[in-house]
Write a protein that binds this ligand. Sequence first.
Ligand SMILES: [Zn+2]
Length: 98
Amino acid sequence: MTYADALQEKHRFGRRIALVGMLLFFASVASELATDKPINFLAGIVGFLIAGAGVLYLQTRLKCQVCNENLGQLFEPGKTCYCPYCGQDLDESISDSG
Ligand SMILES: [Zn+2]
């Protein structure tokens, strides 16, 4: 496993959390418009919070495993090759550097 693989797994996880939250939110809005039940409003709030948690995860949990700097906004899967802070090659295997 490379550093990029580990970051991509975290990136994928955060994106899925955000996507599930957004889907719940938009499903809630759609059903709110269709049925006007209060439970739909609560599901929308929960969906919004889950989506926010996913975005927050993406912004705060993607860290370089060498220098521990936050790569949240800088990491693009398949495009980011080096850590912009310490220059670590992200395609290098994690076990090689130890
Ligand atoms: Zn680094």
